[in-house]
Design a protein around this ligand. Structure first.
Ligand code: ADP
Length: 529
């Protein structure tokens, strides 16, 4: 091999905060802590304080490879911990506080965390967890306790040089089936995916933006935005625990937010709030929406009424962003309706995450075919395995990640997610997409939230039950008429039930497992269906 004559510089997360600290020292990082106080700091402050925190961690005997956990909201201290822990060569383990105690204890023990940073909101949780997690040497509260810890040692002068393959972040998938599984990302993987996040075909994070991080930093590293904001030097707004529509709208207008990202439920409730209160969000230009399917009606309203472009993307903890929501030059010139048809899909293949769809035997299903199959993914920042466990079924023999999503791919690489394999409704040997039904139902006037689950049915194996949250009386027949206009007749739910609320998982997705349990005894109103 004729070796290229480039410098041997490893891809390291510390270079991101170094860059922001050097070039964007006065660019703001605004945060609200859980006591309600708004803190205005800068990338310069975050860089300096991350070095201090790293010094304190080193003095507390944290070594390279040690796991250090955070149970925290989005604020500046959590951001400092992101950089201090990884910069030192330890592993940042972000824990979802909305999981059950037993799940969190399992995760902390499995990861063998030695220090845990805890938001004051979760002190009760930490007290319950402490006796269950004997390996944790220290619990540090993100308040005065943290400030004292930070002040207790000298800052590191230089970030240590690491191998780019060193583990940097650990994030457990929610484990809706079986135990949660830890996705362990290397420095190399994080830097590469952060670059992808900054490209225009990614989330287009750039220095011209004021970004509201509406994705929790414990969910897939806040979709890499805490890293991308440093890589680009963007202004960053960290909203703390309050993701209510009132707070989101207030932040957007107070901080002139131009870009944001989050799961559809956040935006659905924001739009309802804007409509109720007759407010506007003139600065917001784009949002990235993913994590679950965004209903077409939501995207239309955001764009038509508020001038906000929705980049609808697909992704997983295992690779962060997995698709692009940007229109290609060709799509830009298509009629609006054609563009929106694509926007309703889950984005298109983006460089870095290769996609394939295979049938039950593992044979490729050609692109452009309507037959769905399992979506597989491969790439330099896609998880190649899980931390500390054997998961023989998670990857194919030739090394592709089995996503567990049932999907189709078209000729342009657009992904249509039919369903998660465990949520797809198998009726008479055919598949019904709960996602399509939910999205169509949410388009019906008066329906604010919808969830569809498959329940056992004598004749068809499984049939769909539609659960709706409404903000005014709505007739079953009106909803079914709406659905009949967009889905095949045999997909129509056998029953529609009105509920007070749709339960969500810790990451803001419809908790279908819980719904299936709750409605297990459901008797179909028309048993002859
Ligand atoms: P979990 O929900 O298990 O905590 P993730 O947050 O990693 O884990 O979720 C990844 C899953 O979310 C994907 O496999 C897919 O089922 C779903 N998902 C993500 N984005 C979309 C989208 N745009 N449309 C439909 N489903 C999506």
């Amino acid at each position: 091999m004729l070796r290229g004559l480039n410098m041997d510089r490893q891809l390291m997360i510390s270079s991101l905060i170094d860059y922001a600290g050097r070039n964007h020292r006065s660019t703001e990082v605004v945060a609200r802590t859980s006591d309600g106080v708004v803190t205005r700091s800068t990338w310069g402050d975050v860089s300096d304080r991350a070095r201090r925190l790293a010094g304190a961690l080193a003095a507390a005997d944290i070594e390279q490879g040690d796991r250090v956990a955070t149970i925290a909201w989005n604020d500046h201290r959590h951001l400092e911990a992101y950089y201090a822990i990884t910069g030192l060569g330890a592993v940042l383990h972000t824990v979802n506080p909305r999981l059950h105690d037993e799940q969190i204890a399992y995760i902390l023990n499995h990861a063998q965390d030695v220090i845990v940073f805890v938001d004051p909101d979760f002190l009760g949780l930490a007290e319950r967890l402490a006796p269950l997690c004997p390996k944790v040497r220290r619990w540090i509260t993100l308040g005065p306790d943290y400030e004292a810890f930070l002040a207790s040692a000298d800052p590191v002068d230089e970030w240590p040089l690491l191998d780019e393959w060193a583990a940097a972040t650990l994030c457990y998938t929610s484990g809706t089936t079986g135990h949660p599984k830890g996705v362990l990302q290397s420095h190399r993987a994080i830097v590469l995916q952060t670059w992808a996040t900054c490209t225009a075909d990614g989330h287009n994070v750039n220095s011209g933006e004021s970004i509201l991080l509406s994705v929790p930093m414990f969910h897939v590293n806040g979709w890499a935005i805490p890293f991308a904001a440093a890589m680009s030097g963007a202004k960053l707004v960290l909203p703390g625990s309050d993701l209510s529509p009132e707070a989101i709208v207030e932040w957007i207008n107070a901080e002139h937010v131009t870009l944001s990202a989050g799961v559809p439920t956040i935006w659905l409730s924001m739009v309802q709030h804007l409509q109720r209160t007759n407010q506007d969000i003139p600065t917001l230009r784009r949002i990235a929406v993913g994590g679950s399917a965004a209903p077409r009606s939501l995207m239309d309203t955001l764009e038509d009424d508020y001038g906000v472009f929705v980049a609808h993307v697909w992704g997983m903890t295992e690779m962060t962003q997995g698709s692009s929501g940007r229109f290609t030059n060709r799509v830009e010139s298509l009629p609006r309706e054609e563009q929106r048809r694509r926007q309703a899909m889950a984005g298109r293949e983006v460089f870095g995450v290769e996609l394939r769809v295979v049938d039950g035997e593992g044979n490729d299903i050609a692109r452009g075919t309507k037959t769905p199959g399992e979506l597989l993914a491969r790439g330099p920042w896609v998880a190649g395995g899980y931390f500390g466990i054997e998961t023989p079924d998670s990857h194919t023999a030739d090394g592709w990640l089995r996503t567990g999503d049932v999907a189709t791919l078209d000729d342009e690489g657009y992904i249509t997610i039919v369903d998660r394999a465990k949520d797809v409704i198998k009726s008479g040997g055919e598949w019904i997409s709960s996602i399509d039904l939910e999205n169509a139902a949410v388009g019906c006037p008066g329906v604010t939230q919808a969830a569809v689950i498959g329940l056992p049915h004598d004749r068809w194996g499984e049939r769909p039950l539609l659960l709706c949250v409404v903000d005014r009386p709505v007739e079953h027949s009106a909803i079914l008429r709406q659905l009949a206009a967009v889905v095949p007749k045999w997909w129509l739910p056998n029953d529609v039930a009105f509920v007070e609320e749709v339960p969500l998982t810790g990451t803001g997705k419809i908790d279908k497992k819980l719904l299936r349990e709750r409605f297990a005894g459901h008797v179909w109103s028309d048993a002859a269906n």
